[in-house]
Design a binder for this molecule. Structure first.
Ligand SMILES: [Zn+2]
Length: 238
């Protein structure tokens, strides 16, 4: 199955927090979108890997993505080496996305920057035909996505461009709240963490409004890039 956009996250919920509005909008425009989670988020302060699996599949249904897979790398301890790169390369060649979205280049959680570089490096390597991969006995063909964009999650990184997600924020929050074990819950008896505060939950809305305010739209999500963005015409920009 070929996809237009493949979004990677170190943990289930990273993609929702970073770029769910953009994915919802692209799907509404007819694009096919998939999500690959690198780990099951088993070290998360609240919940468990099994609960996160269920939450991730509920969120995927809310978003309307075509596929969601989990590579079951070790939460907190996966590294950017050949073994892990090869796993990502196989996913990129399997789904042949034009665009890859991945974690923020720098963030509070160490897995985010690691996952960001791992996926980005694998996108480059996936295009080298002398790196051979086989899936279920079938040799894969080389594939390099046209663009790799990094979404923004915990830290306020200055975006290189933003996507207008006006009209998709309610659904975005719905997908995030599918991770009921992870975020603010006045009735929870589980330990607190930086992402369980009410402020964090509210920050999802105020950040998208602020990026929107600065861009002349109501709500926006920001991304950073690894090379200059090009447009055909100045009129392409909104
Ligand atoms: Zn994360």
């Amino acid at each position: 199955m070929k996809l237009d956009i493949l979004a990677f996250g170190a943990h289930p919920d990273d993609v929702e927090l970073g770029c769910a509005g953009t994915l919802l909008k692209e799907i509404s425009l007819g694009k096919s979108v998939g999500i690959i989670d690198l780990t099951r988020g088993e070290l998360g302060t609240r919940g468990s890997a099994v609960i996160r699996d269920q939450e991730a599949s509920t969120a995927a249904a809310i978003l309307g993505v075509s596929i969601r897979e989990n590579l079951e790398m070790r939460d907190g301890f996966f590294v950017n080496d050949e073994k892990h790169q090869m796993e990502i390369i196989k996913m990129i060649r399997k789904y042949q996305p034009e665009i890859v979205l991945c974690n923020a280049i720098d963030d509070r959680h160490i897995d985010h920057a690691k996952g960001s570089k791992l996926v980005s490096d694998a996108c480059f390597l996936a295009g080298l035909m002398k790196i051979e991969t086989t899936v279920e006995g079938e040799k894969q063909t080389a594939w390099r996505p046209k663009m790799v964009y990094h979404y923004i999650q915990w830290k306020n990184i200055a975006p290189d461009f933003v996507v207008d997600i006006t009209g998709f924020t309610d659904k975005k929050i719905e997908a995030i709240l599918a991770y009921g074990s992870q975020f603010y819950d006045a009735n929870s008896n589980e330990p607190e963490s930086p992402i369980t505060s009410k402020n964090f939950l509210e920050s999802l809305n105020y950040r998208s409004r602020d990026l929107g305010r600065l861009s002349g739209v109501e709500h926006a999500e920001g991304f950073t890039v690894e090379r200059y963005l090009a447009v055909n015409s100045l009129g392409d920009l909104i």
